[in-house]
Design a protein around this ligand. Sequence first.
Ligand code: GUE
Ligand code: MG
Length: 300
Amino acid sequence: MTAQRIDGKALAARLQETVAARTAGLGATQGLRPGLAVVLVGSDPASQVYVRSKRRRTAEAGMQSFAHELPEDTGEAALLELIARLNTDPAVHGVLVQLPLPAHIDPMRVLAAIDPAKDVDGFHVVNAGRLATGQPGLVPCTPLGCMMLLRERHADLSGLHAVVLGRSNIVGKPMAQLLLAENCTVTVVHSRSRDLPMLCRQADILVAAVGRPELVRGDWIRPGATVIDVGINRVVRPDGTARLIGDVAFDEAAAVAGAITPVPGGVGPMTIACLLANTLIASCRQAGLPDPDLTPAPGA
Ligand SMILES: Nc1nc(=O)c2c([nH]1)NC[C@@H]1CN(c3ccc(C(=O)N[C@@H](CCC(=O)O)C(=O)O)cc3)C=[N+]21
Ligand SMILES: [Mg+2]
C-alpha cells in the first residue's frame, strides 16, 4: 500500500490565490489594504530566509509589507517600543515577531506586548485562551494549516483518535485544541511519554511536531492513518549540501499510512499561506467588516 501524498504546496497556492482575490476586493470596495509588519531581531540565516519568503508572499497577495530588521544586540525595551508603535499604526493590521529571539530578550514579554487584534501568529495568551475556550480569535498559522491539510483527506474528523507528538505553545498545544474542537479524541504525547511507538500506533491521525529528524518510523504508524509531518529539520549531507527532512521517516511511513504530508512541500507552505489569511481576517475585523470567505472560488 502506498499513501496518498497530501500536497501542501498546491493547497497553499490555492489559499494564497483566494486571499489575494479577497484582498483585491477589499481594496476595490472598502479602500482597505491589509498591512503586515514582520520584525526580525538578529541575523540568523534560517530566520532571514523565512522572513524574506514571508515578505515576498505578502506582496504577492497584494498586501503591504513592512520590514523591520534590528541588530542582534537590540534591547528588549527598544523592541517593545517598536511593537507599541506598530500596535497604533493604522496601516499595520498584523504584527509578527520572528522567533527565536536572541537570548537576552524574553519572548513571553514581547508576545504579550502585541495587540491581540494584530497578533497574526496567534501566540498572545489572549488568543491562546480564546482558542482553548472556543471563542473567535486568531489561530496559530502552523496548526491552522495542518487542519486544512487534514480536510483534504477527512470531511469529518468527529470521533477519530488524533495523537499529537509534541507540546509546544506554537504547534502541539494549539493543534490539540483545534482537533478537540473538531470532536477528535486527542492524546498529546512528548519526549517523556512512556512507549511513544505504542501511543502513536493508536492514531487515526498522527501530527508529528517534535523537531527530531525522522523520529517516527514506519512501525509507529497504524495502517491507513493520516500523518501530518510538521518537522522542518535541516540536515547536512556528507558532501556538505543541506536538505530538509521531517520528523517522520517518509518512505517507511508512506508504505503504511493512508495519507501523508511531505517535507518540504507539506506543512511549511501552508504556514505562510495561513499567515496571509490571518492578516486578511485581522484587517477585516479591525475595519468592522465580517470575516472574509476563504473557501476557494469555483474552478480555482
Ligand atoms: N513568529 C514566528 N512565526 C512563525 O510562523 C515562525 C517563526 N516565528 N519562526 C520560525 C518558524 C518556521 N516557520 C516556517 C514557515 C514556512 C516554512 C516553509 O515554507 N517551508 C518550506 C521549505 C522552505 C525551505 O526550503 O527552507 C516547506 O516546508 O516546503 C518553514 C518554516 C515559521 N516560523
Ligand atoms: Mg513541509
